[in-house]
Design a protein around this ligand. Structure first.
Ligand SMILES: NC(=O)c1ccc[n+]([C@@H]2O[C@H](COP(=O)([O-])OP(=O)(O)OC[C@H]3O[C@@H](n4cnc5c(N)ncnc54)[C@H](OP(=O)(O)O)[C@@H]3O)[C@@H](O)[C@H]2O)c1
Length: 201
């Protein structure tokens, strides 16, 4: 049994990840609500405070990456930066700071999303930062210290979110949260490293 910090635990993707973490002691974290620890992934001090207060842990699973949606021609610098600071730098900082605290051989699992491979309108910032995180994981795996591993789950839309996103995603087939949970399980419980784990129908 590992001690796993699950960030964004109350969100749709957090609930999907939780389905794959049944063998572990899961410590939940998020920006608000009924979680073990409150954290804002866009704030370095908040990330450090999370790791300090948890103490010893073997894995970090992050499912947070807030994105702004607009046509490229209308998207402002502010909208770009809020997406970059959450989905890209927020996740990079979770790893940059977390590598100081995580146990030897610990693992990080990040979130991206299928839109960098299958683009749709309004989602240029999500697609761009998802692509950045996929690249970050593949490359930083080569220089993680103390045998730490890192992977990213790149899922298509969840069946449980289809009522919200389905209309914007013609021709996409949603996947059940339980299947996406398996991808998180494979990252945390397996030995893979530097992988983009696609979950698509
Ligand atoms: N849903 C899908 O089908 C799907 C598919 C592929 C990829 N993804 C990706 O998965 C990620 C999460 O999506 P989701 O559907 O789970 O969204 P969601 O249901 O809206 O949940 C997001 C969670 O993240 C928390 N959060 C937001 N900003 C935060 C911050 N700065 N620090 C800490 N926690 C923060 C939210 O807390 P509050 O409620 O307090 O704001 C909420 O609990 C996104 O990057 C999305 O692109 C989603």
């Amino acid at each position: 049994m590992k001690t796993v910090i699950l960030i964004g635990a109350l969100g749709k993707m957090g609930q999907a990840a939780l389905m794959g973490l049944g063998n572990h002691k899961v410590i939940t974290a998020g920006r608000s609500g009924d979680v073990d620890h409150i954290v804002d992934i866009t704030n370095e001090q908040s990330i450090r405070a999370l790791y300090e207060s948890v103490g010893e842990f073997d894995a970090v699973v992050n499912t947070v990456g807030a994105c702004e949606y607009a046509n490229f021609t209308e998207m402002t610098q502010t909208q770009w930066m809020s997406t970059v600071m959450s989905k890209m730098m927020g996740q990079i900082n979770l790893v940059r700071i977390g590598q100081e605290y995580i146990t030897d051989g610990g693992s990080f699992t990040l979130i991206s999303g299928i839109l960098n491979v299958k683009p749709i309108p309004y989602a240029i910032a999500d697609a761009t930062t998802s692509g950045a995180i996929d690249t970050f994981v593949k490359c930083v795996a080569l220089e993680m210290p103390r045998n730490q591993r890192i992977n990213v789950v790149n899922p298509t839309v969840l069946a449980e979110a289809w009522d919200v996103y389905g209309e914007m995603m013609p021709g996409f087939e949603p996947v059940p949260s339980a299947l996406v949970g398996k991808a998180f399980e494979r990252s945390v419980d397996g030995f893979i490293n530097g992988e983009v784990i696609f979950v698509d129908a």
